[in-house]
Ligand binder design. Structure first.
Ligand code: FA5
Length: 371
């Protein structure tokens, strides 16, 4: 036993000296292998324990463990000393020039499809003379609902499952229930009229809106573009002409538009606007082969995008309700106007053939890099 204990003592002494004078990480690693490796000095001593009587083994084992712990601590201490020395040397060396260009050339990124669609839509309306307006995403109930002719308890509120903000936490005295995440961009209609004060008003408002929705075509945060045009003698014909021109510019020259009666409390009359399907050209069918066999009609399959109807619903619109004009500070006897609102995710889905809206927000590069 004395022999093995002597070897362990000698091992510890040797390790203290050698590790203390190791010059770099490579030397340290060699020492770790020499003392603690499978074929190292400690393993050799432990192998010798097999020859000892059973009652002597625990004592040698105990010393061996202590020596292993000590060698490990010595190695760790030496490593931190070397790291600190390296860092000091770097800091004392010539300074790094942070203004130099990077060595790795990163590929240039590109705009998110929603940003791209928003900018494309805005550019089309800019050519028609519309300026971009904005409003807060945390909005007062009054602008989001009441001023738009949707009083409390109006059933139209149920169409938009709303996120209310605990107003008392905002500290500006607003009562709970009076502040919310805006459910649409329409409150900007009122804000724009109040800000501009006199017609003509011709604004679009792209922005984020929020509803308690989540499925393949609905997300809790999404984007809309609102449009508002107010002046003297504005008619439904202006609305139709404007949206038809927009649809041709966005979806392509041959795009047709149709208006179906619909209800939004802030317009009268109101309409849902459909465009002819950009995928099947409005026929509801997609050719499978360019030509059928001689004498046969061409083979086609059902268009899933428009569900074979040939039409796609893209936005809500109508003539601004007199009460809304009044709330914006305009005399409804003298002025009239139209408004419209569209979902940007939907516009981009239809243009790029995307079938699940949630893809926009998953940040999967395999999806994003296709645009
Ligand atoms: C409105 O929000 C009206 N403010 C539009 C309007 C403006 C009508 C001016 C008349 C005059 P609606 O709730 O239908 O309408 O929403 C408009 C569009 O937003 C929908 O056509 C759809 O494309 C999109 N949308 C609605 N909810 C979601 C959602 N959860 N996720 C993604 N898009 C949505």
């Amino acid at each position: 036993m004395a022999d093995l204990l002597g070897q362990l003592e000698a091992l510890a002494k040797g390790a203290r000296e050698a590790i203390g004078s190791a010059a770099d990480e490579k030397a340290l690693e060699d020492l770790r292998v020499r003392f603690l490796g499978k074929k190292g000095e400690l393993s050799a001593v432990l192998r010798g324990m097999g020859a000892l009587p059973a009652e002597e083994r625990p004592r040698v084992g105990e010393v061996a463990n202590r020596v292993r712990d000590e060698v490990e601590a010595l190695l760790a201490g030496a490593k931190s000393r070397l790291d600190a020395r390296k860092l000091e040397a770097e800091l004392a060396g010539p300074p790094i020039d942070v203004t130099l260009p990077g060595r790795r050339v990163l590929p240039r990124g590109h705009r998110h499809p929603i940003t791209r669609a928003t900018e494309d839509i805005s550019a089309i309306f800019a050519r028609l003379g519309y300026e971009v307006a904005s409003g807060p995403e945390i909005e007062l109930d009054w602008f989001n609902f009441e001023a738009l002719n949707i009083p409390p308890d109006h059933p139209a509120r149920d169409m938009q499952d709303t996120f209310y903000v605990e107003a008392s936490t905002l500290g500006d005295g607003a009562p709970d229930g009076s502040v919310l995440l805006r459910t649409h961009t329409s409150p900007v209609q009122i804000r724009a009229m109040q800000r501009l004060g006199v017609p003509p008003v011709r604004i679009i408002c792209p922005g984020r809106v929020y509803r308690s929705d989540y499925d393949q075509t609905h997300s809790p945060m999404f984007h809309q573009v609102e449009g508002l045009c107010v002046g003297e003698g504005i008619t439904f014909a202006d609305l139709k002409g404007t949206l038809a021109a927009f649809a041709r510019a966005y979806f392509g020259e041959g795009t047709r538009t149709r208006f179906r009666p619909s209800y939004f409390p802030f317009v009268e009359p109101g309409a849902e606007v459909d465009v002819s399907c950009s995928i099947c050209g409005g026929t509801g069918r997609i050719p499978v082969r360019a030509q059928g066999q001689a004498g046969e009609p061409p083979q086609t399959r059902r268009c899933g995008t428009c569900k074979e109807t040939g039409w796609l619903e893209v936005l809500g619109a109508g003539m601004v309700h007199p009460k809304v004009l009044e709330n914006g500070g305009f005399d409804p006897k003298r002025y009239s106007g139209f408004a419209f609102g569209m979902g940007v995710e939907r516009m981009a889905m239809l243009r790029y053939g995307i079938d699940d809206l949630r893809l926009y927000f998953e940040n999967d590069l395999r999806f994003l890099e296709q645009f």
